[in-house]
Design a protein around this ligand. Sequence first.
Ligand SMILES: Cc1cc2nc3c(=O)[nH]c(=O)nc-3n(C[C@H](O)[C@H](O)[C@H](O)COP(=O)(O)OP(=O)(O)OC[C@H]3O[C@@H](n4cnc5c(N)ncnc54)[C@H](O)[C@@H]3O)c2cc1C
Length: 455
Amino acid sequence: MSGQSSYRFKQNTSIPAGAGASPPAAGAPPRILVIGAGVIGVTTALALQAHPALQLGVVPSEASAPGSSLPAVAFHPRLAGPVSPQQPAPQRSVSAPHVEIWAADFPPHTTSNVAGAYWFPFNIHPAHRVEHWAERTKQEMERWVATLGSETIGVRPSVMAHVEPHGQVSLAAHKSAADERPDVQIPAGHDMVDGGKTLLIDPDICLGYLFARFLEQGGVTKRKFVNDLSEALCPSLGFDAVINCTGLGSRELVGDARVYPARGQIIVVKGVQACPTVYSVRTGPLSLGYIIPRMHDTVLGGTYEEHDECMRVRSETTDAILARTRGLSCGRLTAEGSKKVEILRERVGLRPCRDEVRLEPEWFQLDLSTGKVFTHGTAASGATPDSARYASRQPNPGHGVPSQQVSRLVVHNYGHGGGGWTVAIGCAEEAAHHAVVQLAQYRDALAAVSARAHL
Ligand SMILES: Cc1cc2nc3c(=O)[nH]c(=O)nc-3n(C[C@H](O)[C@H](O)[C@H](O)COP(=O)(O)OP(=O)(O)OC[C@H]3O[C@@H](n4cnc5c(N)ncnc54)[C@H](O)[C@@H]3O)c2cc1C
């Protein structure tokens, strides 16, 4: 377990010494801050707004019972109904949690908006957790489509075919793919390696819709670049928990050296919708060829360039993408009969990669007299809200609890690499669950201390 020696925040941005603080009052609606407004931040904020335990304004003790299962967060009923093009009036009920998003950039200016996107866990780890998150996400997205329709939510069912040039596919790959292989036209000169059902996602439509729902349900936003977590943990702000969904930004925000970028360049073209299949081929260590036919345009990709942070569109890359996707398009990569592809946009995004997604709670202790912030470590490393809250040796004689030390919960949800859209909802549910369980333990611990003080 890491202790106070693991202090790692910038000294000059620690909380103001002596800033007032009080623990979250039992029964009061929780106040939760999400940092980040990409697909991970927005779905996490929705999961918090919809979480049954937080809805009541009471975090029940049962939430902390060992073996309690992950609640299925019902996204879809709250998503039903038309979205007003104007900013909707907040409708937060008095007992609903206060959920706020702070972000440097909001949709449509996030990496999540640059993604293709289609449902496929690409370069995201660890496999056993990703499988669960991806399945949950697929399930919920299919329900959105059934409830709202593809046009509204920007998601539609499709099939994907991963192909390789003739002669490069092993017999084993042929065999394993045989059962799942969709019945689609294979581009000339290629064999299918793998394939199956998928979902096509138009990130601008989907994220725009989800973000509008967050606002409509009383969500609050603030454009703010957070230099240091202590800015969000400051007790005078009164947040019971902070959820870190900053993607690549976590490299600096929490000093995580395991986070790194993988550059992706894509082009958005007009006129290939007649082809409903996602075609994808790996053409080299840095280059991929894929065609993602969305509802109103088509994405041609792409690249996967690790540790390359250049946000400039490279014209030579655009030419290379056009060349390799033309071979995948089964002759359809032309604009309305002409032989020239009409390019609508060229875009670059940096995938927030990590050797594994970081999705876990971490407790911090704030020393109000010095303004210092310390981590007490993650739940996995043995830290608990109890140990974090009462580690101080400065008891308050009146109540038997330290007056100058407060604990604050951070749940990390970042590092989704090339598969953030594929796992977003599964991860959002798990992040909300961590917040509920940890806050319940914290309140139980406070109640126990208070009871002891009155004996
Ligand atoms: C070209 C390309 C194609 C892709 N295709 C697919 C695909 O087909 N399928 C798929 O599943 N995935 C795909 N991905 C991956 C997917 O886009 C990412 O995994 C996903 O967008 C990560 O979401 P996020 O919310 O964590 O990050 P982001 O979208 O980057 O959001 C991060 C948020 O945090 C904010 N932020 C960061 N630091 C700070 C700070 N210090 N203070 C305040 N705010 C901060 C940002 O402003 C932003 O709001 C693709 C990515 C690219 C680039």
